[in-house]
Design a protein around this ligand. Structure first.
Ligand code: SMG
Ligand code: MG
Length: 373
């Protein structure tokens, strides 16, 4: 398979409600969509980087630059036998997993569409519905948080993730626990704490949480070992895991017992599957994270989460939880059993809406010479 051209498109979308984490509040999100064309078919991908380097060092602007200057030219020169080849084509470029993933995942969609199979089946998925939950941002008071959580539980979400930060933690989680004693609750700190906050996590340990996500530094593997030793609740790493080796190191060191797999963070589906396989072989549960994607990225996440090792509910909510108007459809709805149905049609199962007013676009065609310096 030769990729004949690659399109990059950017659009800004408004969230249905502000989303606050330990690193800031998101009201709207710039989304970068990738279309790869080959054999008369188009594959779609999405870059999960944000406008600023808060969750990771990559941003929309660095990803665009790295895709257009370094990754796309290499992809356009490659002859792909299978979608796994894309990761190898990018081997000379260090880091920039979000840029790599956007292209790599678009190629997986292209291969699935060319074969007339769903992305989930091409990846080796075994479920037709994936268990999901909802991620709830930091609120101004425990009462406000309890009310929002109540609405999501009424919508049918059985697993709730609470964002936490120093000053918005114990009291908030205690209030939710007291209001909904049966709910499956987990927390995500996005690296807002240090080992000096161990006593906070000891208090959390008594609240019957599913897991504590990324309490310490974004690349830390060592302090997490110490914190995990202090706790019965499993630590789950998100930001610290960039590769299958990171996952292996974290499990071997004891930095965590659960891993959040975001294909965008680890360089795409091949890398995600390698982490999944490793964790499955070591009986470490994994689940699929979210990055406030449009329905394109969400469709990719759902296909990935259909793999057998994704035993915990993902941060994959119904489309209505995200944007006033998505750029792709059909949208995803929540089933009564807190699952989302895996698209069975060809590829990712969603298409771009017509007449999107893109704010920026670039098309890169074949015969591009890569300057080797
Ligand atoms: O896509 O439902 C979603 C958001 C899930 O909380 C979520 N993601 O650290 O896991 C995480 C965050 C990263 C994005 S915060 C703006
Ligand atoms: Mg997280």
């Amino acid at each position: 398979m030769r990729i004949e051209s690659i399109e990059l498109r950017q659009v800004q979308l408004e969230l249905t409600a502000p989303f606050t984490t330990s690193f800031g509040t998101t009201l709207e999100r710039s989304c970068v969509i990738i279309a790869v064309h080959g054999a008369g078919v188009t594959g779609l991908g999405e870059c999960v980087a944000f406008d600023g380097p808060w969750y990771s060092y990559e941003t929309i602007a660095t990803a665009w630059h790295v895709i257009s200057e370094f990754l796309a030219p290499r992809l356009l020169q490659a002859d792909l036998t299978e979608p796994e080849d894309v990761w190898t084509v990018f081997a000379a470029v260090r880091g920039h997993n979000m840029a790599k993933a956007a292209l790599e995942m678009a190629c997986w969609d292209l291969f699935a569409r060319c074969g007339g199979v769903s992305l989930a089946s091409l990846l080796g998925g075994s479920r037709d519905r994936v268990p999901v939950g909802v991620s709830v941002g930091i609120h101004s008071s425990p009462e406000a948080l309890v009310e929002t959580v109540g609405r999501f539980l009424a919508d049918g979400y059985r697993r709730i993730k609470l964002k936490i930060a120093p000053g918005s933690d114990i009291q908030f989680v205690v209030a939710v626990r007291a209001a909904y004693p049966e709910a499956l609750v987990q927390v995500d700190a996005n690296s807002a704490y240090t080992l000096a906050d161990t006593s906070t996590f000891r208090q959390m340990d008594g609240l019957n949480l599913l897991l504590i996500e990324q309490p310490l530094g974004p690349d830390d593997m060592v302090d997490h070992v110490q914190l995990q030793r202090e706790l019965t609740t499993p630590i789950c790493l998100d930001e610290s895991i960039h590769s299958p080796d990171d996952a292996r190191h974290a499990l071997e060191l004891g930095s965590c017992r659960i891993i959040n797999i975001k294909p965008g963070r680890v360089g795409g589906h091949s890398q995600s599957r390698a982490i999944h396989d490793l964790c499955l072989s070591r009986a470490a549960p994994v689940w699929c994270g979210g990055m406030l994607e449009t329905n394109i990225g969400r469709a990719h996440n759902i296909a990935l989460a259909s793999l057998p090792g994704f035993s915990l509910p993902g941060d994959i909510s119904a489309s209505a939880r995200y944007y006033e108007r998505d750029i792709a459809g059909p949208g995803f709805v929540l089933n009564e059993d807190s699952t989302i149905t895996v698209p069975a049609g060809s590829g990712i199962g969603v298409e771009l809406e017509p007449n999107i007013r893109w704010q920026r676009s670039e098309t890169i065609r074949g015969q591009h010479q890569v300057a080797v310096t």
